[in-house]
Design a protein around this ligand. Structure first.
Ligand SMILES: Nc1ncnc2c1ncn2[C@@H]1O[C@H](COP(=O)(O)OP(=O)(O)O)[C@@H](O)[C@H]1O
Ligand SMILES: [Mg+2]
Length: 230
């Protein structure tokens, strides 16, 4: 099976080679749990090899400074950045347009698609729509479903790996994903990231060929490392 590097030796080992090519992988967790780091790591790893990345950043998490650290070398950062096509929607309407742009760009080479913050702008619209009408709510829900379906189809038909991040919210003592069923359905690999008072853990919650398991990790200048015994 073809996989795309997660950009970290330890993450790749944990995932038996990396993220799968023909599906959408959903990384979810609270603020600061490492979602953007994992996205940047995978993106930089592809861009370094001269591969093309389309990166949709809805929360301004894409940091050139962090990219520089991950690239490691002083030169080469510009080359890496050239291979990353960045789209920065600031409303759910703009996110919809970003997907139109993504579809247009499919005729060119794309080796990895990242949507960092899939439901952030959706969530803002959701609050408005809920106050308006059921139809308004249905409209934005079906737009989110349509975007996830588009990503899943691109992954399956074109074998372009897709990474999506998602937030969680607390409901009756339980952490739930925003846009729950939609993202769970279209994401064939689900990885939960947790920062428990400084102890970072990745949980493989759903995978087509691997069992549920976890990985203690650290975020370092150069990326993600497995945490050894203390
Ligand atoms: N060079 C680094 N070394 C160690 N930790 C870092 C480094 N760069 C960022 N971090 C940590 O990464 C965390 C932010 O992770 P991020 O991927 O932005 O989370 P999320 O996208 O889930 O909100 C912060 O806790 C920050 O301290
Ligand atoms: Mg982030």
């Amino acid at each position: 099976m073809v996989k795309v590097s997660a950009g970290s030796y330890d993450l790749n080992t944990w995932l038996y080679g990396g993220y799968e090519n023909d599906i959408v992988t959903v990384l979810y967790g609270g603020a600061g749990s490492g979602k953007t780091n994992l996205c940047l790591l995978a993106a930089v790893s592809q861009a370094k090899k001269g591969n093309k990345v389309t990166f949709i950043d809805t929360e301004g998490g894409f940091s050139v400074e962090r990219v520089k650290q991950l690239v490691g070398e002083k030169d080469g950062v510009q080359e890496v950045l050239k291979n990353i096509f960045l789209l920065k929607p600031t409303s759910f309407e703009e996110q919809k347009k970003a997907f139109v742009e993504l579809n247009k760009r499919l005729k060119d080479q794309i080796d990895l698609i990242v949507v960092d913050g899939m439901t952030i702008l959706y969530r803002l619209d959701f609050a408005d729509a809920r106050d308006k009408s059921d139809e308004a709510l249905q409209t934005i829900n079906s737009e989110l479903a349509k975007q996830m379906k588009t990503l899943a189809e691109i992954a399956r038909k074109k074998e372009i790996p897709v990474l999506v991040t998602n937030q969680i919210y607390r409901w009756e003592d339980e952490d739930r994903m925003v846009g729950g069923d939609i993202l769970k359905y279209w994401g064939k690999c689900l990885i939960e990231l947790v920062n428990d008072k400084g102890r970072r853990i990745a949980y493989l919650r759903k995978h087509r060929s691997l069992p549920e398991k976890s990985l203690d990790f650290q975020i370092t200048n150069s990326g993600i490392k497995k945490r050894g015994w203390i």
